[in-house]
Write a protein that binds this ligand. Sequence first.
Ligand code: FES
Length: 163
Amino acid sequence: MSFKFTPEELKSIEELRSKVDDDRALVMPVLWMVQRKQGFIGNDDILYLERELGIRAIFFAEAIGYFAMFNDAKKGKYELKFCKTITCKLRGSDELIKFCENLLGIKMGETSSDGLFSLGESECLGYCEKAPCMLCGLEQHAELNEEKLESLIQKIRQENASR
Ligand code: FES
């Protein structure tokens, strides 16, 4: 079933619209509403937003492509998004990604069979002095190394096994 706002959500978007001069100011809060509820914003969802809110699809698509916290497809419960920009590369992010791929048994862009982890890439996370960096959901992890990565993955597995 594709994404739909509730009447209450549509009302709150319209309230927000009444406070801004340009509808493009709604793009980020609206995308965040979809991301929070569904975990991703697909092409069908973008077209729904365009139809429902009268805001051009390209504005939504650009924001999804640019900001690391938005996903354009369904992901695992935890998405590990590695910074692929130069400082992190120079500090070993490629090797760390390979290590993580081996640990999880999946390649970049894939999701583990238990649906727990996805691997993704991001542009600079703005934390270059503590490279290499990664997002796990909305949480930023810096000065990463193999030990830190392994213990994070173990912790997540344990937490989810006991639920
Ligand atoms: S280059 Fe990775 S955080 Fe900036």
